[in-house]
Design a protein around this ligand. Structure first.
Ligand code: FES
Length: 570
């Protein structure tokens, strides 16, 4: 089979001459004899702290590609650092996906190894690879090692939320709070809770898009480099076999990812990302699939934010394959991986070494732990909640709405001693969806009012069109669709309205007569802080972004353009 790269390098005409001549800087003539050219889509960046080490990973991948007879080509691509990017990294996920897709298609490559880590990077890379459909395999950059503060493990992300709430409640001094800052990030790697980065690494493996067994390997662990080398070798094989994302990413593999998401207690952000990836492939995945496939799967992994341990504990306890072994009966046996073999073929030798970290099916951390999909007159397009992260008593709750029209409004009024709020109230935040913010930030886990924290309240029902950090927790209803800025009923809610959350019944409603809601006008205040962008990416994004139930992809990026390019300029 002739390689795609030979369309550039093959032949002795002027074009072949130009393509080869400019690439000879370091490459011998044999590089152009038809062997696979493999790009390493590398999201290493000094401004993406979680991915800073990926150049080292890239070196091992390169060595693996070379050892298998391929030509490795480092391809730095758009990188997204969750903690730094303004207004929110999610605004740029589709930009990173689009840029990577286009640059993969435009270049003379036959396959690609995708290096990601921080939250949005693996989703963006998978979306890109799916739309180009060249042979592709992911290397997740791996979580950081556990940091400690005052002698106890400190989960990054989750620890910040806990410590900042303690500081606000007055049970932790400001000095101690700041001292914890240098203890949290102990090594290279991404967040070490079961946050979005860890979740998406596990999703990539459950989807079959990694070397089985690699997800969750800590970033500083030498086995990550060993597996990166093996992934480089595998990439060459993928090209020879012609195995593409469209052959791996089927409804069966999404089934496995959703089952895995429940068993690991993964981030709600995975719902948005998996829907977006599926949309690129024409795989018909709906919000309800998450509930149908995952809702009754128990939470087996005792990791923060739902539990107590951290990612290197999971790896020590047997890793993702040991978790999957426990739920093997719930996995699709025919879903294949990039190796060509089904995922379940890798579970035979998987073993749990510490059942306090990876629980058995008979003693799970929580029964029925998947993501619950809610509908009702407040969320006709759906909303999600992660019951595992919520206070059980709040999963069925009726309370008076306390409405905030924007994040700024929330911050301005939340700690007002005169705010009419109690522990039974339902905090409602709008203007934070894909269009409204724009970019659907992780602000859905609203902080609790200080006066309630001081009373010892640690959880309340919170509802928004935003997302929440995968490291966060609480009775938090997210991704309400349509969002307020897209005309959803969230824009109609007024402070004092009775809100009914019934997770067992999968309902989210305003308990008011339909006629009354129909007669209302959307809150003008929720649009007041929103200045529609006039140019640039934000303009394109706001004009074309889909709602959360469609993965918040851009409408014109749904689907695939393949990898053929028929024209050239010289
Ligand atoms: Fe990068 Fe959490 S900030 S994974």
């Amino acid at each position: 089979m002739e390689q795609r790269s030979q369309q550039w390098y093959g032949g002795n005409d002027r074009d072949g001459y130009i393509h080869r001549a400019w690439m000879r800087r370091g490459l011998p003539s044999s590089a152009f004899d038809g062997r696979p050219h493999i790009a390493i889509a590398n999201t290493a960046s000094d401004l993406t702290p979680c991915n800073m080490h990926l150049d080292e990973v890239s070196t091992s991948v390169k060595q693996g590609i070379s050892a298998a007879g391929g030509i490795p080509l480092n391809l730095p691509t758009v990188s997204l650092g969750e903690t730094l990017l303004r207004p929110t990294a999610m605004l740029w996920r589709n930009l990173a996906a689009m840029a990577t897709e286009e640059i993969l298609r435009a270049n003379p490559i036959d396959g690609v190894v995708l290096l990601g880590g921080c939250d949005k990077t693996i989703p963006a890379l998978l979306m890109a690879a799916a739309s180009v459909d060249l042979p592709a395999v992911v290397v997740p950059g791996g979580p950081m090692l556990t940091g400690h503060f005052r002698g106890t493990p400190l989960g990054c992300g989750t620890g910040v939320w806990q410590l900042s709430e303690e500081a606000r409640a007055g049970s932790l001094t400001q000095e101690e709070f700041l001292r914890s800052e240098s203890s949290m990030i102990r090594s290279k790697g991404h967040c070490n809770t079961m946050g979005t980065a860890s979740t998406m690494a596990c999703m990539a493996e459950a989807l079959g898009m990694t070397l089985p067994g690699i997800a969750g390997t800590p970033a500083p662990d030498s086995r990550l480099l060993e597996q990166s080398h093996a992934t480089g070798e595998l990439a060459v094989e993928l090209v020879h076999q012609g195995r593409r994302p469209s052959t791996v990413l089927t409804h069966r593999s999404f089934h496995n990812a959703i089952a895995t998401l429940a068993a690991i207690g993964g981030s709600t952000n995975a719902v948005v990302h998996l829907l977006a990836i599926a949309g690129r492939l024409g795989v018909r995945l709906s919000l309800e699939d998450f509930d149908r496939i995952g809702a009754d799967i128990p939470l087996l992994v005792d990791l923060q934010p739902a539990g107590q341990h951290l990612m290197d504990d999971l790896y020590r306890a047997g890793g993702l394959l040991a978790v999957l072994h426990e739920i093997q009966d719930r996995l699709d046996p025919q879903a294949v991986t990039v190796t060509g073999k089904p995922l379940v073929d890798y579970l035979g030798n998987a073993q749990v070494w510490d059942d306090t970290v990876i629980r058995s099916r008979t003693a799970p951390l929580l029964e029925d732990a998947g993501i619950a999909v809610l509908r009702g007159n407040l969320a006709p397009g759906g909303a999600v909640i992660k019951p595992a992260a919520a206070t059980p008593e709040l999963l069925r709750h009726r309370g008076r709405a306390v409405v905030f029209d924007s994040v700024e409004d929330l911050h301005a009024r939340l700690d007002d001693p005169d705010l009419d709020v109690d522990e039974n109230s339902v905090l409602v935040l709008r203007g934070c969806g894909p269009k409204g913010y724009p970019g659907m930030p992780e602000v859905g886990n609203m902080p609790l009012p200080s006066k309630l924290l001081a009373k010892g309240v640690r959880d309340m029902v919170r509802i928004s069109d935003a997302r929440m950090s995968g490291t966060a927790y609480g009775a938090v209803v997210l991704h309400v669709a349509p969002e307020a800025a897209a005309g959803g009923p969230l824009a109609l809610v007024r402070t004092g309205d009775p809100i009914v959350l019934d997770v067992p019944a999968r309902r989210l409603d305003i308990d008011l007569p339909a006629e009354e809601l129909e007669a209302r006008q959307p809150s003008e205040a929720s649009a007041a802080g929103y200045a529609a962008p006039v140019r640039g990416w934000e303009r394109l994004y706001v004009d074309h972004v889909l709602q959360a139930d469609r993965g918040a992809d851009l409408d014109f990026l749904v689907g695939s353009s393949g990898h053929e390019v028929h024209r050239e300029s010289h």
